[in-house]
Design a protein. Structure first.
Length: 303
């Protein structure tokens, strides 16, 4: 009995020592996290309550920036564009990636090569992708000119990136082109974890490919699907690079997002306090999305 107790105490001491050692190793990472995340977050919250140009002392104004935010038509227009952007990214890339992953899951040979091919656009720098698509959508030497040359009717003078009605969807689709392969890889990995016997049972019951996808694949990857939806919403709220590189919010504000408006306020109009209130507002919206994600997760990921 004594030997057993001594053994357990020794084992517990070893476990406790390893735990303390692990905490020691985590200290540098926690410190870095505080420096690069917590510190700037607290600074943003503070400066959102001030009138500051980015240089010199900040003047405390309380909630004035938020009152201004709630009364600015420019902010609501940018937020509406974010909602359109979100709607596109919750349907087009996710839908294409789901169908593509379901088809790719049936392929046994060459799957790795195809996965790399589909994933490749995601690895290309956004500046390079934007430059390529600007050339492709150029009204004089791009895709539209090619379509016209082979007999496809194209409206005269159509400039996809220069028209208010088409600029935002066009830039969003450029982002979709770069993103959907990444989502396909995520969905494919989830599909490969589904028990093959479920598909065999569905086939015995007479299910076709569509029913297999609806009744077996979707429930099997539902946690992954919810995760992709959440990160797509958050990415849509933070979208910046393609819009700024290609249109800079134009033409006439047709592609202005909250992030580009925030950048303009901070670095062109030097109203850093107001820009900080925009950033904190986006953070609060993202927090609500995250809370919704946690609520769905606690309900058991059921469909």
């Amino acid at each position: 009995m004594g030997d057993g107790t001594t053994y357990r105490r020794g084992a517990n001491s070893i476990v406790a020592a390893r735990a303390r050692f692990g905490l020691v190793l985590l200290v540098p990472f926690l410190a870095l996290n505080v420096i690069v995340i917590v510190g700037p977050s607290l600074a943003t919250a503070y400066f959102s309550l001030t009138d500051w140009t980015g240089v010199g002392p900040a003047q405390w104004v309380g909630l004035d920036n938020y009152r201004r935010l709630l009364s600015e038509a420019e902010f609501y227009a940018a937020l509406a564009h974010n909602l359109v952007w979100t709607g596109i990214h919750l349907t087009v890339p996710i839908g294409i990636a789901l169908v593509g992953a379901a088809m790719l899951a049936r392929i046994r040979r060459g799957r790795l090569v195809l996965r790399l091919v589909y994933f490749l656009p995601y690895t290309v720098a956004s500046v390079v992708t934007a430059a390529i698509w600007q050339d492709l959508l150029d009204p004089e030497r791009g895709i539209l000119t090619l379509l016209s040359s082979v007999g496809v009717t194209v409206p005269n003078g159509l400039v996809l990136l220069g028209e208010q009605a088409t600029a935002l969807p066009s830039v969003a689709m450029i982002n979709v082109w770069a993103l959907w392969g990444f989502l396909l890889v995520i969905f494919l990995s989830a599909m490969q974890g589904i028990d093959e016997s479920l598909y065999e049972a569905a086939r015995i019951d007479g299910a076709n490919a569509v029913r297999e996808f609806w009744h077996v694949t979707l429930p099997g990857i539902f946690p992954t699907l919810v995760f992709v939806v959440v990160i797509s919403v958050m990415w849509s709220l933070l979208a910046f690079d393609y819009v700024w590189i290609i249109t800079q919010g134009g033409p006439a504000g047709a592609t202005e997002l909250v992030s580009t408006l925030m950048y303009r306020e901070a670095f062109e109009r030097f109203d850093v306090g107001y820009a900080a209130s925009m950033g904190l507002s986006l953070t609060l919206i993202s927090a609500f999305v995250t809370i919704g994600f946690v609520v769905v997760r606690r309900k058991g990921w059921s469909v």
